[in-house]
Design a protein around this ligand. Structure first.
Ligand code: FMN
Length: 378
């Protein structure tokens, strides 16, 4: 079957993923916080970024390669960290990391993924990114950072946009509890989705093994349930400095929405700033990332990584035109996995690449660096 014929766009993958995943899994993946105004704003503000169409420019073969933090990547997009990735499709972390290595695009593993840095590191060719939810305990912090380095990850990403837990009402409505419990209601949802249920049963119950190592033995509670609550802290500038001093590779801060913060991070020796509103999952009154991007571009010379709401190659172009150096996606990869299982990551990569080539042709951009000149500016 030609997947491009059957699933030409992200909406096709979303529809199929929704039909194949248990309701609570879909809600975990697709939801945001509150009334989801920030999630929608991410989308509508992207649609407002327009380009001049080009005519009579002759044949054009766009060059999609880009450099970021000393590395050359074949495409200007990659995989953002997603907690419990393996809940959405078994082995998701390995499938995504392998596809990323094959396509030469960045892959970022979450602290709370279903695979450890040790599991995933060998699939990343020494170029993996590890995302850190900041452990409170200094010994755990030291150990986790060391594990990422030993496992071959060369980039550490500190996520800073969870200063407090957010409310995810859609998730709660779907029956997800805190701490997570497999209730009769969730079992009934699973029973309605046989392909997911079979694949998951063959791989075992999804867990968060990276942090399970630090769990004290608490009777009656799974290690992951307990540790999820005691592990994290809300980091401050001292915490950031400690990480900078103790991590020799590239150091990225994820979840930045203001020019002031970007400027200050540059002064602290960070290697790149990741502009993100966590896909609208934290604050339902935040600006969209595409709105804040131009001012952040002005405030710092650091490379900028962008995410939140990206739905195709055209969105990647919009972010690059406004100053991003790399665009990461979270949900899109997981819609692809939910829809197509192991065939999903490659299909999504090709879909975005084709979309980029088609749209760069429309505007006559031969290189990514041409994109800013093609923007319609008011
Ligand atoms: C289901 C889900 C889980 C996520 N888990 C994490 C995480 O563990 N760590 C993190 O830094 N960001 C996490 N994020 C945020 C993503 O890294 C990324 O910022 C966001 O998904 C980008 O927006 P997009 O999904 O519209 O592409 C998560 C996002 C989703 C949708």
């Amino acid at each position: 079957m030609d997947l491009h014929q059957t699933y030409p766009g992200l909406d096709d993958l979303k529809r199929r993923a929704k039909a194949r995943l248990p309701h609570f899994v879909w809600e975990y993946l697709d939801s945001a916080t509150g009334a989801e105004a920030t999630k929608h704003r991410n989308r509508t503000k992207l649609d407002e970024i327009l380009f001049h169409p080009s005519i009579l420019h002759g044949p054009l073969e766009p060059d999609l390669t880009t450099r970021l933090m000393g590395q050359e990547w074949s495409l200007p997009f990659g995989v953002a960290p997603v907690g419990m990735s393996g809940l959405i499709w078994p082995e998701a972390e390995i499938l995504l990391a392998r596809n990323a290595a094959r396509a030469n695009i960045p892959y970022c593993l979450s602290t709370v993924a279903c695979k450890t840095p040790e599991d995933v590191g060998r699939h990343t060719q020494g170029r993996g990114w590890f995302q850190l939810y900041p452990p409170k305990d200094p010994e755990i912090r030291r150990d986790m950072v060391k594990r990422a380095g030993d496992a071959g990850f060369d980039t550490l990403v500190l996520t800073v946009d969870l200063p407090a837990p957010s409310r995810r009402e859609r998730q709660t409505r779907s029956g997800i509890t805190q701490p997570p419990r497999l209730t009769p209601r969730l079992l009934a949802q699973i029973a309605q989705r046989p392909s997911w249920a079979m694949a998951t049963a063959m791989n075992g119950r999804p867990r968060m093994p990276t942090i399970a190592k630090y769990a004290p033995d608490t009777p009656g509670m799974s290690p992951t349930e307990h540790i999820g609550y005691i592990l994290r802290t809300s980091p401050d500038w001292d915490y950031l400095r400690w990480l900078r001093d103790n991590w020799k590779g590239n150091f990225v801060v994820k979840g930045v929405l203001t020019p002031d913060a970007a400027g200050r991070l540059e002064a602290e020796g960070v290697d790149a700033v990741w502009v993100s509103n966590h896909a609208g999952r934290q604050l339902d009154a935040a600006l969209s990332t595409i709105e804040v991007l131009p001012a952040i571009r002005k405030a710092t010379k650091l490379p900028l990584i962008f995410d939140s709401g990206t739905g195709g190659g055209l969105d990647v172009m919009r972010a690059l035109a406004l100053g991003a150096d790399m665009v990461m996606m979270g949900r899109a990869w997981h819609y692809a996995l939910g829809a197509l299982g192991r065939a999903g990551p490659r299909h999504l990569t090709e879909m975005f690449e084709r979309d980029l080539i088609a749209n760069m042709g429309q505007i006559g951009a031969a290189r990514l660096s041409d994109l800013p000149d093609c923007l319609i500016r008011d």
